[in-house]
Design a protein. Sequence first.
Length: 362
Amino acid sequence: MAAVLAGAVGFVAILGASGARGPGVAAAATAVTVAGFEAKARWPRIPGWLLALWTAGPALAVNLTVWSEGIFFLLVVSTSFVVLTEPDRRIRFVVGAAAVLAPPVVAVLTGRTFGWPFWMMGISFGWLAGEQMRRFRSLVAELEATRERLAVQAVHLERRRIAADLHDLVGHSLTVVLLYLTGARRQLQDDPAGAADALRDAEEIGRSSLAEIRRNVAALRESGDAGLSPTPGAGDLSELVASYVAAGSAVDLRVSGDPSALQAIVGAVAYRVVQESLNNATRHAPGAPVQVTVAVSVAALDIAVVDRGTSAVASTNGGGVGLVGMRERVEAVGGTLHAGPEAGGWAVRARVPRPALVEPRT
């Protein structure tokens, strides 16, 4: 583009050159300048100072020997192009300043009283335009890099979300299935009918969980949200606890306040915290009594899951992602979560402040 523009400027300068040698000298200067721009296109590593001398020097040489004021336009093109392509700020400044000072220097050395102040302003405009274009290019490159980083981050976050959902779903289902299988094993000799019922219940839960996983995986492969199962919330805690109780766990649920006033995302967090806590309690302390307390107050949502049989070593050496996932979910809605040994057992306590709780009114 710069070579084409320089050629057009040179053609106009040739037409306006004075004297017998003027057109020929202007044509030669234009050819040298265009060759410089073409060389830069072929070999981008040409230094900016060398390109400035190559593309601006001929115009100055012409006006110091044979007068052709129009060829000063090559200084504008050369300055803009060098400033646009040169990464070193110091070289850009030296090239721009030298180009701006060139017209008055030519006027002093030749004694010609042409409109050199206007040429200084024109070259300055080219200098500033090149710098502004550099900023635009830099901004576009930065925005593109940011877009790519955000896309990668979005994929990473979505993978973590899917992993957390699958962990919660599969972990809960397998825990309940194992409870039924344990009960069936214990009843196999004394109560074969009861063992058969427990196995039947375990089979039903396994089939239901597998169907739910298939529905969600199929929905992920489709566009939109069609086919996705409803997200469980605080209103489903009774059913969740009932599944553990039916499988033989001693779980007591106490709910105070109005869970229906919670936002859907907060209700889902409450459900997942209780679910994962019950999974851990059942895995590390099967048969131990578990107290689940969910309190919705004016100030906050408080969740406490306390069992009296889990040891601290068993709960911290599992190597799983359950506790990390719970903490991430709670912190995502502005809450806090603490888990640790308490009174010979293990307690998980979560708190979400009031501003994030209430469903917006329409």
